[in-house]
Ligand binder design. Structure first.
Ligand SMILES: Nc1ncnc2c1ncn2[C@@H]1O[C@H](COP(=O)(O)OP(=O)(O)O)[C@@H](O)[C@H]1O
Ligand SMILES: [Mg+2]
Length: 376
């Protein structure tokens, strides 16, 4: 099959806003498809720049640099959703941006995101907008405790949030997080955290990966189990939810949906990431077409690849000094695929790499956690 005429020709340049590991792995996937990448990021210590054909070292509000970047690339994507909306706005009109400003704006604000999820048919836990302490008290009276107070914007890895267990927790949490706009969410007594990952092509086709179960340590993703050990109906619902999100966002690229699994087997949507996601790193080695290749295919207007899983997988994040210490052991495992991001400093909480343990297809469900993670 010849690629559609709207697809980027071989040798074309994909611009990526952001120079972290997601940009790096996207650039590596792009190179394999015959594209060049140009990374735009404000930080010289950007793992993405090491593997890209070109880079621009500039701030996201440097309009002149953004315009030069737009002129130098054929399409623009981003690797993290906290790129200022104005940055993408300065590029749109000069160069195709995939995803565009609408998807970015929805995923940057937890309140807009919650409304969008409900409209897209994904249930969410009760929530209230909070700008004053009186609104917080009223929200607690309506939603009950425990609850979670979060900044509506710029949160990640659990930053910008507080769990309220008693009424006395409300005032100090409000004092710490305000005056930023806040959202109060009911605390969800989840039995597991699940994510779904999908890609949507330029032609509207959606490809969905198997649902994933995620475990966090110190609020940072630690392990992903793929496929999630779920009843078939819940696994299908998780996949359906992320596909609904991809379609409703009219996204071109990869999207992840974080969800909570409840004891009754139902799912609640939590957050959307309009980009390749940490919980999808296992797809690089366990699927026909991994999430980074899929993202580049979408952005380049190519037909999507197959998201089919040819192995079961457990992904471990390698974080901080512990992750650095684990690396030689990871390299010694025959069934583990290592990925290192080339960061210069092993700061606490920093994601330095990940390791994908591959298991024979449809064997993960029979293993306990110790057996599933051995060697990782
Ligand atoms: N409403 C909630 N109820 C229970 N746990 C929550 C709730 N919101 C967040 N959490 C926990 O905190 C983690 C981080 O919250 P999240 O909303 O995903 O923000 P971010 O990943 O941007 O830091 C979640 O993965 C989950 O473990
Ligand atoms: Mg999250």
């Amino acid at each position: 099959m010849t690629p559609p005429e709207t697809s980027l020709p071989l040798g074309a340049t994909i611009g990526i806003l952001g120079g972290g590991q997601l940009g790096r792995m996207s650039a590596m996937a792009a190179a394999r498809l015959g594209y060049r990448c140009h990374i735009f990021a404000p930080d010289a210590d950007s793992p993405g720049m090491e593997v890209a054909a070109a880079h621009t070292l500039a701030e996201y509000d440097d309009v002149a640099a953004l315009h030069r970047f737009a002129d130098a690339v054929d399409v623009v994507t981003f690797e993290f959703e906290n790129v200022p909306a104005e940055t993408l706005a300065a590029l749109e009109g000069r160069v195709p941006c995939r995803p565009g400003t609408r998807a970015l704006a929805i995923c940057q604000d937890r309140i807009v995101e919650k409304r969008f999820l409900a409209e897209a048919g994904v249930p969410v836990a009760p929530w209230r907008e909070v700008t004053t302490e009186a609104e917080l008290q009223a929200g607690i009276a309506e939603i009950g405790l425990p609850a979670v107070l979060k900044t509506t914007r710029l949160g990640y890895d659990g930053r910008g949030q507080a769990v309220l267990r008693r009424l006395e927790d409300a005032a100090p949490a409000f004092a710490r997080l305000s005056p930023k706009p806040l959202i109060l969410e009911a605390f969800v007594p989840f039995t597991a955290e699940i994510s779904g990952i999908a890609a949507r092509g330029l032609d509207g086709t959606v490809a969905t990966y198997d649902a994933i179960e995620n475990r966090h340590r110190h609020h940072i993703l630690d392990l992903s189990f793929a496929p999630a050990r779920l009843p078939a109906s819940a696994a299908a619902a998780a996949q359906a939810h992320v596909a609904q999100v991809a379609t409703a966002l009219e996204l071109v690229g990869v999207v992840a949906l974080e969800m909570f699994l409840l004891a009754d087997g139902s799912l609640l949507g939590n957050e959307i990431a309009p980009r390749p996601h940490n919980s999808g790193h296992w797809t690089m080695d366990a699927c026909h077409c991994g999430q980074f290749e899929q993202h580049i295919r979408a952005v380049a207007g190519l037909p999507l690849g197959s998201p089919a899983r040819h192995a079961d997988a457990v992904m471990r994040n390698l974080v901080g000094s512990e992750g650095l210490a684990a690396w030689p052991g990871i390299l010694a495992q025959q069934d583990v695929v290592p990925h290192w991001y080339g960061k210069l400093e092993a700061r606490p909480g920093r994601k330095l790499g990940h390791a994908n343990r591959l298991l024979p297809l449809d064997t993960l469900h029979a293993l306990d956690d110790a057996a599933a993670t051995s060697g990782l």
